[in-house]
Design a protein around this ligand. Structure first.
Ligand SMILES: Nc1ncnc2c1ncn2[C@@H]1O[C@H](COP(=O)(O)OP(=O)(O)O)[C@@H](O)[C@H]1O
Ligand SMILES: [Mg+2]
Length: 357
């Protein structure tokens, strides 16, 4: 049997470029090479060029330095006929877009694969786009009777032209607030706002990343994450994991996520069994509500009052072998290599259409 040629897409024009490269390195080290022939394609950070990365290109974190896509590798041409280098087709059978954030996790790459008629791992165009924009995802969750933090959208245009109206709308929310880019990730541009004097700076900071910001009531509680994997058309829902953040961080910010060993996970989360059952059911509801495919990590806050609040869903979560998603799946008995295999099988047998389920 000839091998399935899998294009692993990494890097990209997003603030999560380097994390994506580390995830791609993890996949390359665990993919079953008896069945799959990986082809590593990088998207450069600034120019967004697609390049063929050499076999063995270093994708690990070395002495705290994160990997990135080289600018000088041979260019890959992409068009509706697929991928080629120097006029020669790469013969890609399947795309594994291990890209996070805008131009990767947001439906754009997924749309390209649809047009080129190449199967791809993960959610379709609609689910990817809806999950990327937290304001859209929240209204879909709320319409499925899930609890979300109270909040409103403040665009840069509105903030500049009608400040008083914005402040009045925000005024009904209870402090502390969280201000974040609507289509962000890795906590970039996110601030905790303790009182009205800090509001303006926080909104300007969020607008540096996205002209659409979300202002939310802060939920005091524990951060709980659940991994969902589609296997043979059914959903495998992991045990919930709790993110344990060192007290020196005020919330799960960029430093706590990537630059510090002080963040650990408790798997399964030490919660009462009825709460665990409910959170897992809510994770399945969120996955289905958005019409996700393949995989997602669903993030909740279990509030000090005992409420299960959905915070967000990630359709292409961090995917290094030590990231939360593979760790949660491993705790459910599905190894990293098996997850990768199931995702590719799922992509090749996808039943749903371009718009999700
Ligand atoms: N409404 C909120 N209440 C409490 N904490 C929040 C809230 N919104 C965001 N946070 C904190 O900020 C972090 C990042 O926000 P999140 O919405 O998950 O965006 P990202 O996509 O960047 O991960 C969360 O993990 C949490 O620590
Ligand atoms: Mg998050």
């Amino acid at each position: 049997m000839s091998k399935i040629h899998v294009a692993i897409l990494c890097g990209g024009r997003s603030s999560e470029h380097e994390i994506s490269c580390v995830s791609a390195g993890g996949i390359l080290s665990a993919i079953d090479r008896n069945r799959y022939q990986p082809i590593l394609i990088g998207i450069t950070r600034t120019s967004g060029r697609w390049v063929l990365m050499p076999e063995g290109y270093p994708l690990e974190i070395v002495d705290g330095v994160l990997p990135s896509v080289p600018e000088d590798a041979p260019e890959v041409n992409t068009d509706i006929h697929g991928f080629s280098v120097g006029g020669k087709s790469l013969g890609v059978d399947l795309v594994f877009p291990i890209l996070h954030g805008p131009y990767g996790e947001d439906g754009t790459i997924q749309g390209f694969c649809e047009i080129a008629n190449i199967p791809y791992v993960g959610s379709g165009v609609l689910a990817s786009a809806a999950a990327m924009d937290k304001s859209f995802a929240k209204s879909i969750f709320a319409s499925h009777a899930m609890k979300v933090a109270e909040g409103i959208v403040i665009t840069a245009e509105k903030w500049e032209s009608s400040r008083a109206t914005c402040e009045a709308l925000i005024g009904v929310l209870a402090y502390p607030l969280f201000v974040k880019p609507a289509r962000g990730g890795s906590s970039r541009g996110t601030s905790k706002v303790h009182n009205p004097s800090e509001l303006s700076d926080a909104i300007l900071e969020a607008h540096r990343f996205d002209r659409k910001a979300l202002v939310e009531e802060g939920v005091k509680g524990r951060e709980i994450e659940v991994a969902v994997l589609e296997v043979d058309g059914s959903l495998v829902i992991s045990q919930p994991g709790e993110v344990i953040i060192d007290e020196k961080f005020e919330f799960y910010n960029f430093e706590a996520k990537y630059l510090d060993d002080a963040t650990t996970a408790a798997i399964p989360a030490p919660l009462p069994s009825d709460v665990i059952t409910e959170i897992r059911a809510e994770a399945a509801t969120a996955f289905t509500a958005l019409g996700c495919s393949g995989l997602a990590r669903v993030d909740f806050i279990y509030s000090d009052e005992g409420q299960i609040i959905i915070n967000e869903i990630n359709t292409m979560p961090g995917f290094t072998s030590s990231s939360m998603y593979p760790t949660l799946m491993a705790a459910s008995g599905i190894t990293y290599s098996q997850v990768i295999d199931e995702l590719m099988k799922c992509a090749l047998t996808r039943r749903n259409s371009v718009l999700g389920n």
